[in-house]
Design a binder for this molecule. Structure first.
Ligand SMILES: [Zn+2]
Length: 301
């Protein structure tokens, strides 16, 4: 009887130790698994932007840049500083065109940004960008304005003043994307004078604010005006080959006035478009019906 009792006590001790071990392992395993699951959930939540990096707080700072992108209704202006990198452009009077183009572009961009315009650049450093890349970027924004900035040179040293180019005729593919932008029917006739009007506003304000010689606006077949579907102009800010004008163009005070004139011209054009979304176009279909349609679409979005 005593032997049987001893046997039972010994076995029960092993049995209890075994049960204890199983419980301990279960708790440890459960904790690790739970932690992993929490970590996985936390990572997914961070990816989805539901919580912040600490994993346990609702992120009150919603990603502002993403939110802005969703609700950004500011007009877009693409500024294109001509040349860059191995392509220096015109070199005259100790001035390098690609550098002056970038400086003027940055000044214009700063002024437009202050005026609540969404500014994009085709280049913002000294790099070479192909013409096709520049127009490709522009054509991603059919509702934008495109402003290419250059400096001129001539074999006649007396030549001086400002010229702005636009293109009255554009390739069929560009016209097609313009028609799509305005949601035109197949039979609606369409003509586009927006580039000419934009050139006119910028030329007038640029010349009046700098006192520069007004050489007029010109219809041309330049790539940067022809290949771009939105209203696009190319500004020749002045002649580096003219000693007096080169000295002006190289001075920060003159550049300040010049960029103010360009920005004012762009803002004047944008104000006109604000009043009439079809400003500068001629469409055979009822214009008032189209405006009402566009306005109702805009107010509904
Ligand atoms: Zn140039």
């Amino acid at each position: 009887m005593l032997k049987i009792l001893k046997f039972l006590i010994t076995r029960t001790r092993f049995l209890l130790a075994g049960i204890g071990l199983i419980i301990l392992l279960g708790v440890l395993f459960g904790t690790i698994l739970g932690k992993n699951n929490l970590q996985i959930f936390s990572n997914i939540a961070v990816q989805l932007g539901l919580v912040n990096g600490s994993g346990n707080e609702i992120n009150k700072d919603i990603d502002n840049s993403k939110t802005r992108a969703l609700i950004d209704t500011r007009p877009v202006v693409i500024i294109d500083p001509g040349h860059g990198g191995s392509d220096g452009g015109t070199v005259a009077g100790g001035a390098l065109e690609k550098e002056l183009n970038l400086e003027v572009a940055n000044l214009v961009g700063g002024k437009l940004t202050k005026a609540q315009v969404n500014v994009r650049f085709t280049r913002d450093s000294d790099i070479k960008v192909n013409l096709s890349e520049r127009s490709k970027l522009a054509n991603e924004h059919p509702g934008a304005l495109f402003i290419s900035i250059h400096h001129n040179a001539s074999t006649f040293p007396e030549a001086h003043g400002v010229e702005i180019y636009y293109a009255q005729s554009k390739p069929d593919s560009v016209i097609l994307s313009q028609r799509q932008y305005f949601k035109l029917g197949r039979d609606d006739s369409f003509s586009d004078h927006r580039g000419k009007l934009l050139a006119g506003h910028v030329q007038r304000l640029l010349c009046s604010m700098t006192g520069a010689n007004d050489r007029g606006i010109r219809d041309s077949r330049l790539a940067m005006t022809r290949w771009v579907s939105c209203p696009s102009i190319l500004i020749e800010c002045g002649f580096l080959s003219n000693a007096k004008e080169c000295s002006n163009l190289s001075s920060s005070g003159y550049r300040e006035k010049m960029s103010a004139g360009i920005a004012a011209g762009v803002l004047k054009y944008l104000k006109m478009v604000d009043t009439d979304p079809y400003y500068g176009t001629s469409i055979k279909a009822s214009k008032s019906a189209k405006i009402a349609k566009l306005q109702s679409e805009n107010s509904g979005s």
